[in-house]
Design a protein around this ligand. Structure first.
Ligand code: G3H
Ligand code: 13P
Ligand code: ZN
Length: 330
């Protein structure tokens, strides 16, 4: 058993309290490799932002949980070396079983998500409560989820989106004891968040997605004032990255995300954690494709992963300063 405290990590409790009071959101960036981790830490040091480093179960399989744990510990030390004691949370993203959550807690994670949102309500309550019971023994914070995020692949349209039902949230919090709650108000994962027929088209042909359901967010906030809310699927899918990828041989069609102004608005509400993964993937892919296309003789991985890392760092700084407002917060 390794406590997250021995690794220099923090749980999310204090960070969310401050984010709620200061009307900003903590960035939750997914990572699987060294360049992503370096870019996140560099951006957070320069912008003075706390950060949640999150690891999906797929990332854990890809990179190995022991390596990820030491990378998170390394991130704490690396930040100090760069001149700032950045508060860093190591979080399990979309944990789906009690065993997985327990294993991450035992390995030094300071926060876990148990995503029971695809289960019937009573089962979601039961699995979430079991994770909370274990996690709280070790002061690890827990994120639960109510409502299902739509995915284009699920053939769900915005109308059939399983939005969070505000009337369920108080009961869920009371029965589970979670520390934060992920909700569904119209975001979804990936780079194709909406089908073209769900969007309108701007004069330039660009897809304009339907707005987030701020009415549902407000109804939830009224029922559980001051409780930290989490927004998944919050990539904006920058069209410049999509265009670069496609220019250099990519084939991303109808990629569309959540407009940043809407995320900015969410960050000033009870939304204390905003999850961004796909935008990082797009930034990295665009940079790597550009090097491959414009410098075809290059074969040193540092020559394409280096520019990818620089591009990621700029993206993260932009999100922190212009979207989440988490800069200068420690
Ligand atoms: O919510 C999902 C995250 O973007 C992680 O994705 O399962 O492909 O690592 P992944
Ligand atoms: P995006 O795919 O919009 O980046 O969402 C990431 C996420 O929610 C991770 O849990
Ligand atoms: Zn997610």
């Amino acid at each position: 058993m390794t406590s997250f405290k021995d690794l220099g990590l923090v749980n999310s409790r204090e960070l969310f309290k401050k984010a709620m009071a200061g009307k900003y959101a903590i960035p939750a960036f997914n990572f699987n490799n060294m360049e992503q981790m370096q870019a996140i830490v560099q951006a957070c040091v320069e912008a003075k932002s706390p950060v949640i480093l999150q690891v999906s179960s797929g990332a854990r399989k890809y990179a190995n949980q022991t390596l990820l744990r030491y990378m998170a510990q390394g991130a704490v030390e690396y930040a100090k070396e760069l001149g700032a004691n950045v508060p860093i949370v190591l979080h399990l993203d979309h944990g789906d079983t009690l065993d997985l959550c327990k294993s991450c807690i035992d390995y030094g994670f300071s926060s876990v998500m148990i995503d029971g949102s695809h289960h019937p309500y009573a089962d979601n309550v039961a699995i979430t409560a079991a994770v909370v019971e274990y996690a709280h023994k070790y002061d690890v914070t827990v994120e639960g989820e109510l409502g299902v995020l739509a995915g284009v692949e699920d053939e769900v349209s915005a109308e059939h989106h399983t939005y969070t039902q505000p009337e369920e949230v108080e009961d869920f919090l009371k029965k589970t004891g979670v520390d934060s709650l992920a909700i569904s108000i119209g975001t979804s994962h990936g780079a194709n968040k909406f089908r073209p027929e769900q969007c309108t088209r701007g004069a330039d042909g660009v897809l304009i997605p339907p707005p987030l359901r701020f009415d549902i967010l407000e109804a939830i906030e009224k029922r559980i004032p001051g409780f930290p809310i989490v927004l998944h699927g919050a990539s904006s899918v920058p069209q410049a990255s999509v265009a670069t990828i496609n220019k250099y041989g990519g084939a991303l069609k109808d990629a569309v995300g959540i407009p940043e102004e809407q995320l900015r608005r969410a960050a000033t509400s009870a939304v204390c954690k905003i999850n961004i993964d796909s935008d990082g993937r797009l930034a990295m892919t665009a940079a790597v494709r550009e090097v491959f296309a414009t410098k075809p003789a290059e074969f040193d991985p540092r020559k394409y992963l280096g520019p990818a890392r620089d591009s990621l760092k700029e993206l993260y700084k932009h999100k922190i300063v212009n979207v989440l407002g988490s800069n200068n917060r420690f």
